[in-house]
Design a binder for this molecule. Sequence first.
Ligand code: KG4
Ligand code: ZN
Length: 343
Amino acid sequence: MTIFGIETSCDETAAAVVENGVKEICSVVASSKELHEETGGIVPEVAARKQVESITPVIQECFERYKESQGFSSIKDCMRSVDAVAVTVGPGLVGSLVVGIEAAKALSLALGKPIIPVNHLVGHIYANFIDNKDTIEFPAVALLVSGGHTDLVLVKDHHKLEYVGGTLDDAAGEAFDKVARLLGLSKYLGGALLSKKAQECEENTLKGKLPRPMLDQDNFDFSFSGLKTAARRIVEEKKYSTEVIAKEFEDAVVDVLTEKTIKAVKKFGVKTILLGGGVSANTSLRDRFMKESARIGIKTHIPPIRLCTDNAVYIAGAAFFNNRPEKYEKIDANPALGIMDLL
Ligand code: KG4
Ligand code: ZN
């Protein structure tokens, strides 16, 4: 089954073609990140306008690449070969979501093919199935760590998710971004830059000085706003280098995310850990998960870095495994969708 996926939940405009939920045929991602760097944060109206500008060229480029990779003689032929159109319906910015949804409706109508609504967060989980040579065994615990969400989810099977816990305040990515800003590394989406600085740290002279929030609590919830405030105090002291603060902050986040996930693995007796979301691109987090899970004989799957941040490949993948076509008139943007909605 060939699915054409569209993702426009925030500041990326993306389209992709995926076969049977696992084989990436082609993918195109355009980002308006640079515009939001200028304003030091995302202005939803600006992001939505950029989505309007980018959606048609991104879809066209994706069909071009599909045609080329499969040797179709015309774009029409390759459009006809698509079995369904998948689109992110939430969570996200409403103005951005609507652009992708309307484009998906138009394609679906023109091609006479069904449309499959996809939850962006569930999509992140399915990045693990793309071109993965290993078989993913259920039940699994999924840790979703993005700019807007930090959730622990028990994945009993496709379509069978149970919410286990999540952040009570900031998401892990949001905390990375805010501390990167405090350190003067980036005004917008500084997680990767903070991580780069942390790698340059030769000795962590702050080791253990930042809190590891909620680790001692018997639940699966997280809190990152106190950690962010503690990091601010240390930055204001001006006693430590950027590299050292970045390293200690990253270690604190990684400690909490790893330990709470391993605790969930033990409690629910699962065989597998699945990581997803932009923060799962973090090298230190990836290394720690691989090490800790190997120690207890559990397999961790982590998507390749380019599939951790937003794209349409995992949207098309998720649609294959949770294939529930909806009628056009029922498909609407839902900016506040949670991980458990739309299963
Ligand atoms: O999943 P995503 O692309 O967008 C959302 O759905 O939110 O995640 C973006 C988040 C941002 O907060 C960004 O700073 C963070 O992922 N991120 C990272 C890294 N790469 C992206 N955080 C830490 N280390 C990284 N290498
Ligand atoms: Zn995302």
